[in-house]
Design a protein around this ligand. Structure first.
Ligand code: AMP
Length: 420
């Protein structure tokens, strides 16, 4: 049997309902903050990611799905969304159009990582990008929106970690201080020995516990921030405090992409094990220029949807509209039930029946398996009287309803249920 590729999973019903629910909640919240959806290709030129994410990051160095297409171009399945959102904005001149500086994108990303719980090779992100402003209010708003959404989804025990990575004014100074510190220690892993020469910030991000232990006492970026960056950071934090949002400063939070400047943040959730970051993001003021565009400050975040689903309350997103199952016996009743199906669906309610001529007993067990909220039994007698019994499965309550009134009666009950 041919199986799915390692690290890539099928998302099956009823789990898909939960994904749809999460996405619809996200769309609702994003709309409140003025975001519009953007949909982009899964493939981009490799250069886009190599140039933006950073040659020395794990993503570019080890994790991209890159191949040469039939015309000899090097293409890559997108490992993240920010670079391509900016590419699309610059290419389509989106920033010149009103109301398009806040964008969201929902879809799969691809990274050749070692699969484990919460880490996949095809995973799914909900991304937001806010472009065109360096105002700290925007940083605070983006973070508040993220936490707002996670709260609406019922995610518990969230921790917001935050840091500032400075700007090209102050980062070089910090990098040299860090480099001096790193060079004075022995025992770095092979990757870090290379990183401490080419990109010392990446050492802060090393997953090895040994390297993390060696970092105790390392200089912290906050002490090296220039005046503007320090002011920006203080303002973001005070806006979050003003909004009553608890945060923890984490001076090691550099995240796995090179394009971040100033604010970076991550949200972790309890119950995820080692891969506990449910969302992460930050500011990338230099990225548009790096991609050949104008100065276009911006920031954004990505929620890991697969991980989010793992910490979603178990019942969330599963409640659908009540299903009515029509159990029909005999050809004439089946004819009538087939029409009833459409009448009920026309009221916006799901309806099902058996097409295989099963016995009443197996129709009832089918209704049960489908999770029907109501069952209507239709036989010769019901056809003759023009009335059928509408049974509410949970309470076992039964009411005689004229067949012509069945669909409106179900609609009224669904309305009652919604209102109660
Ligand atoms: P990043 O794009 O690296 O900033 O990651 C943003 C979020 O995407 C993380 O906080 C995770 O929730 C999620 N994520 C990143 N990589 C993976 C992966 N390989 N599998 C599942 N989720 C991931």
């Amino acid at each position: 049997m041919i199986r799915a590729i390692r690290g890539m999973k099928d998302i099956l019903p009823p789990e898909t309902s939960r994904w749809q629910w999460v996405e619809s909640q996200a769309r609702e919240v994003f709309e409140l903050y003025g975001y519009r959806e953007i949909r982009l290709p899964l493939l981009e030129k490799t250069e886009l990611f190599a140039r933006s994410i950073g040659a020395d990051t794990d993503i570019v160095a080890k994790e991209m799905y890159t191949f040469t297409d039939r015309s000899g171009d090097s293409l890559t399945l997108r490992p993240e969304a920010t670079a391509q959102v900016l590419r699309a904005c610059l290419e389509n001149g989106l920033m010149r159009r009103a109301g398009v500086n806040k964008l969201y994108l929902i879809g799969p990303m691809f990274r050749y990582e070692r699969p484990q719980k919460g880490r996949y090779r095809q995973f799914h992100q909900i991304n937001c990008e806010a472009l065109g402003s360096d105002a700290p209010e925007l940083d605070a708003e983006v973070i508040l929106m993220l936490v707002d959404l996670l709260g609406k989804l019922g995610i518990k025990d969230l921790r917001l970690l935050i840091n500032s990575l400075g700007c090209p004014e102050c980062t070089p100074d910090f990098k040299s201080q860090l480099q001096l510190f790193l060079a004075a220690q022995e025992g770095w892993c092979d990757d870090c020995r290379r990183r401490l020469v080419v990109n010392p910030l990446r050492v802060l991000d090393c997953k090895s516990q040994h390297c993390q232990a060696l970092l105790v006492g390392a200089p912290v970026m906050e002490d090296s921030l220039c005046q503007d960056c320090a002011r920006h950071y203080r303002r973001v934090l005070s806006l979050l405090e003003g909004a009553g949002l608890a945060y923890e400063k984490n001076p090691r939070l550099v995240r796995g992409l090179d394009y971040y400047t100033r604010t970076t943040f991550e949200v972790t959730a309890a119950g995820l094990g080692a891969q506990d970051a449910v969302a992460g993001g930050g500011r990338y003021n230099g990225l548009a220029r790096e991609l050949g565009g104008p100065d276009l400050p911006g920031l954004g975040f990505a929620i890991g949807e697969d991980r989010l689903l793992e910490v979603l309350p178990p019942e969330a997103g599963l409640e659908g509209r009540p299903l009515t199952f029509l159990a029909a016996l005999g050809d004439a009743a089946r004819e009538r039930a087939f029409l009833c199906l459409q009448e009920i669906r026309a009221q916006g309610l799901p309806a099902a029946m058996d097409f295989e001529g099963r016995s009443l007993k197996s129709q009832m067990s089918l209704a049960d398996r489908l999770g029907a909220a109501y069952v209507v039994i239709l036989g010769d007698q019901e056809l003759a009287s023009g009335q059928a019994l509408l049974r509410h499965m949970a309470s076992s309550q039964q009411d005689a309803v004229p067949l012509t009134e069945l669909a409106p009666a179900l609609a009224a009950r669904a309305g009652l249920k919604e209102g109660s």
